[in-house]
Design a protein around this ligand. Structure first.
Ligand code: MG
Length: 228
């Protein structure tokens, strides 16, 4: 199935680095501290857990807004919690340990590579820089595509990446953690899909045929064994 593959499009968060452990959980805790400070009956732990539960069905900021409504927290406090969650400052982050070797190996094997990442573009750009991935993915040659989630979903950005790689969709492997996002979008476009079981959708069961990945992996290094 993967013999025809000539290019790979990676997702960033929870695919090439542990976003959940390194950024998401600390960000939820920052927001939780602010929300809990406004409601004596609400502990920081509970505010973290509630965000986690809500984030299974809501985007992260929306989860905080919904929690604010449920707990009757004043809007100006919710706004502060949102700002704390979405703080532009990206803490010290590192890629999964095998990522540098994997990218070097794939390049040696002549695969074309691109990175499509969704979120706030400034923040995602900063992550790529801090993770040391700039040698492989850059905005200069369009191998780094920053997908502004306020304007679009991933589908059009994956189409753009395929054009940059100059490959038909059937020759592209798309690797990501979100069934509802890159996996569904890439399946719809006729790409081969690999689900990385990590992050907030780690335990999600595919809800529709388009959410069903072609392969599933638990470590990013397993991508190498899927390819000739
Ligand atoms: Mg991701």
């Amino acid at each position: 199935m993967t013999k025809k593959i000539k290019g790979i499009i990676f997702d960033l968060d929870d695919t090439l680095f542990d976003c959940m452990g390194q950024l998401t959980q600390p960000a939820r805790r920052r927001a939780a501290r602010i929300l809990a400070s406004a409601r004596p009956g609400l502990s920081v732990e509970t505010a973290c857990r509630q965000q986690e539960l809500l984030a299974q069905t809501h985007e992260s900021s929306e989860a905080i807004r919904v929690l604010g409504v449920q707990r009757d927290i004043p809007p100006h406090i919710v706004k502060r919690a949102l700002d704390a969650y979405n703080s532009l400052k990206v803490e010290a982050i590192a890629p999964f340990p095998d990522v540098p070797d994997i990218l070097a190996t794939l390049t040696q094997r002549d695969y074309e590579l691109a990175l499509v990442t969704a979120g706030y573009p400034d923040r995602q750009r900063e992550k790529v820089h801090l993770l040391g991935l700039g040698d492989y993915f850059s905005e200069t040659d369009n191998t780094l595509i920053l997908c502004d989630t306020r304007k679009t979903d991933k589908g059009p950005c994956l189409v753009q990446a395929a054009k940059v790689l100059a490959l038909p969709h059937a020759q592209i492997l798309c690797v990501g953690d979100k069934l509802t996002d890159e996996i569904a979008a890439a399946n719809t476009l006729g790409m081969t899909t690999v689900r990385m079981r990590h992050g907030r959708q780690k335990h999600r069961v595919p809800q529709t045929p388009t959410e069903q990945p072609d392969c599933e992996i638990d470590r990013i290094a397993q991508v190498l064994s899927l390819l000739p």
